[in-house]
Design a protein around this ligand. Structure first.
Ligand SMILES: Cc1ncc(COP(=O)(O)O)c(C=O)c1O
Length: 415
């Protein structure tokens, strides 16, 4: 199998196994699509890559090259953006519990926008921002009472979410805006909402826009910016049918336009924060098959990675599909359970993969691991961090090297 015209077996010869491999062209194309379709003459539109999906210097450089903005949620993601030389005025800093150090770091780096999550943060930030020499745009994360899952969306009071302030809490929201607006270096620009992930029903986004706009209108203040978050889907298995980028962008734009008209809103900027949909399908994990065993009900394939490089199946029963290198066109003949090498029964990558006959040393390629794979990886069992390889037009480049055993103990002190 080739990834962006590079043979996977050559990648393993060069960089070893296991590996995360990204088709760089696919990542760039996805950002191009969002940029192309989130456009409308009446509104300023910003595509903000949600870097929690996959954050490293090379990825941030691609975001910059494609003229997108960047969403970060921690000091670490913030620092990586800064160290990469990303334009900090295009950084949106999220988080429900940002520390004083993180907020000070954001102000020192002159981050463009901070998404404030709660009243305590607003009070702290207005103190910290007293002496800065620039203006930070502030969005407030609100909870519009819409929750979207893959195939359904529900309207809930959702008063217990850890993120944001419920739109029902009008007094708290007005208080917060007053606190922000009283600080001359903070400019209250509008609201942010994020309703879920892997959303396949465009009506969920329409409902989100309707709820947020209705709330803005009821609040009775003018705001310039609305950010509708991420949640756009990716194909993990044949069952997944994400909304095409052109359709989802058009849906959002039309919904905003009709609400602007309905409520005579003064909105002039909208933002979205795609994460998964930009990187998921472009990424694959390449493993080598090791031991195999048959139990009364299962044919096990053990691979040389596992939950330490992909926690999603264990964490929330995420489903994946895979192929065996060189056997992509062979008829599947056997059901396999693909398990990793971690010391945990739940260390399963795919519960039931229907594949051609598999042999030890075959290369097994798990698809669509580009989002929340590397970024959620752990050192469980002191597993070494996998390298990340970018492939483009027949060439490969290592953008994160494999960890060594020395890397694993470099922070440790003797007793
Ligand atoms: C505030 C916010 N924006 C964007 C995203 C990205 O979501 P996705 O990767 O589903 O597009 C998330 C994901 O958790 C989020 O919490």
């Amino acid at each position: 199998m080739k990834i962006s015209n590079v043979e996977v077996r050559d990648l393993v010869k060069t960089y070893g196994s296991p590996l995360y491999v990204y088709d760089q062209t696919m990542v760039e194309d996805k950002m191009n699509l969002f940029k192309k379709y989130l456009k409308c003459p009446e509104l300023d539109c910003d595509v903000i890559y949600a870097s929690k999906a996959f954050n490293c210097k090379a990825m941030i450089q691609l975001v910059s090259k494609k003229d997108c903005s960047l969403d970060v949620v921690s000091g670490g993601e913030l620092y990586t953006a800064y160290a990469t030389g990303f334009d900090m005025s295009r950084v949106y800093f999220h988080g429900n519990n940002k520390s004083i150090d993180e907020l000070n770091m954001a102000l020192k780096y002159k981050v463009g926008t901070i998404i404030v999550d709660n009243l305590m943060e607003a009070r702290l930030l207005s103190e910290l921002a007293k002496d800065i020499d620039y203006t930070v745009a502030i969005l407030l994360r609100v909870n519009p009472g819409v929750e979207a899952h893959t195939h359904e969306y529900i309207v809930t009071a959702n008063i217990d979410s850890k993120f944001g302030i419920s739109v029902e809490k009008k007094e708290d929201i007005l208080d917060l805006i007053h606190i922000i607006s009283s600080c001359p270096n903070l400019s209250f620009d509008g609201f942010h909402a994020h309703i879920g992930s892997q959303i396949f029903d465009k009506q969920a986004f329409v409902l989100e826009v309707n709820k947020v706009c209705e709330f803005v209108s009821n609040l009775g203040i003018e705001v310039s910016t609305l950010n509708f978050g991420g949640g756009f889907g990716a194909v993990y298995t044949d069952e997944d049918t994400p909304i095409p980028v052109d359709v989802v962008c058009d849906t959002l734009i039309q919904a905003v336009k009709s609400n602007v008209e309905k409520y005579a809103l003064k909105i002039n900027k909208i933002c979205i924060e795609p994460g998964r949909s930009i990187v998921a399908e472009a990424g694959s994990t390449v493993y080598t098959v090791g031991f195999m065993k048959e139990t009364p009900h299962k044919n096990y394939i053990f691979v040389d990675g596992g939950m330490s490089d992909n926690i999603r199946p264990a964490l929330y029963q995420a489903k994946y599909s895979c192929v065996i290198d060189g056997k992509e066109d062979e008829m599947p003949s056997k059901h396999y359970k693909i398990a990793g090498k971690c010391c945990e029964s739940g260390d399963v990558i795919i519960e039931d993969a229907f594949l051609p006959e598999v042999k030890p040393n075959d290369l097994l390629i798990v698809k669509t691991t580009g989002a929340y794979g590397y970024s959620m990886a752990s050192h469980y069992n002191k597993a070494l961090g996998l390298p990340v390889i970018f492939c483009k037009e027949g060439k490969s480049q290592c953008v994160i090297r494999r960890e060594t055993y020395d890397d694993l103990i470099r922070l440790e002190n003797d007793l």
